[in-house]
Write a protein that binds this ligand. Structure first.
Ligand SMILES: Cc1cc2nc3c(=O)[nH]c(=O)nc-3n(C[C@H](O)[C@H](O)[C@H](O)COP(=O)(O)O)c2cc1C
Ligand code: SF4
Ligand code: SF4
Length: 255
């Protein structure tokens, strides 16, 4: 029986759902799969036959938490197969993924799911739940096909196309912005109830509440979970309140 370690990072739920579905399809195909969330503390207790990594695309790049965790978890000789999720265009792709992880990538799959971010600065649109639910069966079928391809051991590389050239510029444009994104985050003192949810849920423990004074630290991976999950929409970007009517928050693919 082939054993798989599947590492997953998910800021707002898309990649988590995909990873659960992928693990279940691989198990249906006779594999043994251990699923690890990269935001949790864990150690690898055994050697697996194959390593899988699932993560979202951020500004045509790999989220910082993923790069750091994979480097500490896996020695450079372990190859991985990667599955990314994205909202509009995957301009990251196989070559930049390999470069960012600094290791061989055996296969690269990508799944267009749903955009998870709309802010006054970045007025992209978030698909309404009804539209997302319409896409669910298609996504399940797609993940089933990826599982079959992984089980067959093929070195499939998806998504090689002209968007990867554009990705070079996108990465340049967003890299610095995402590295310093934490500086733009804040908590609106008039709205914040100090419920502590953002502090507890931040995957990189980058939020500190000191007697109502919030600081956001450089370890932030720009996942947008704090912005999306705050129950009173008090998390601000560049000090601007984002009205949820105009900028709906994203609570996961099926919520
Ligand atoms: C900071 C940031 C940057 C993003 N950049 C891209 C991008 O370059 N291309 C894209 O298609 N979607 C982009 N997205 C959308 C996410 O890739 C997409 O919603 C993903 O499925 C989210 O996965 P998650 O819910 O597991 O975090 C971005 C989202 C965030 C928060
Ligand atoms: S989740 Fe929102 S309301 Fe709760 S502490 Fe954080 S900013 Fe304040
Ligand atoms: S501070 Fe917010 S955006 Fe940054 S990693 Fe934590 S939850 Fe994500």
């Amino acid at each position: 029986m082939t054993t798989f370690a599947l590492f997953c990072f998910s800021g707002t739920g898309n990649t988590r759902w995909l990873s659960g579905m992928l693990a279940s399809r691989l198990r249906d195909g006779g594999a043994e799969v251990d699923l690890f969330s990269l935001e949790d503390a864990f150690t690898l207790e055994k050697r697996y036959d194959r390593y899988l990594l699932a993560h979202p695309v951020y500004g045509a790049h790999v989220p910082r938490i993923v790069i750091e965790k994979v480097q500490t978890l896996l020695s450079g000789d372990r190859h991985v197969s990667v599955i990314t999720t994205f909202g509009y265009v995957d301009a990251l792709g196989y070559f930049a993924e390999k470069k960012a992880l600094g290791r061989s990538v055996d296969a690269y799959y990508h799944v267009r799911m749903f955009n998870n971010i709309t802010t006054p600065e970045m007025k992209t649109s978030v698909k309404p739940l009804r539209k997302r639910l319409e896409a669910k069966a298609r996504l399940e079928t797609r993940i089933g096909k990826i599982a079959a391809s992984i089980l067959s051991g093929r070195r499939k590389i998806e998504g090689i196309g002209p968007q990867l050239l554009a990705g070079i510029g996108v990465r340049k444009h967003f890299h610095e912005r995402l590295q310093t994104f934490y500086r733009t985050l804040g908590a609106d003192q008039d709205r914040c109830t100090r419920c502590g949810l953002c502090v507890r849920e931040c995957p990189t423990h980058s939020i500190e509440d000191r007697d109502g004074v919030f600081s956001f630290h450089a370890t932030c991976t720009a996942c947008m979970r704090c912005y999306n999950h705050c129950p009173v929409q008090a998390v601000t970007i560049s000090g601007v309140y984002a009205d949820p009517e105009a900028f709906p928050r994203y609570h996961g693919p099926w919520e």
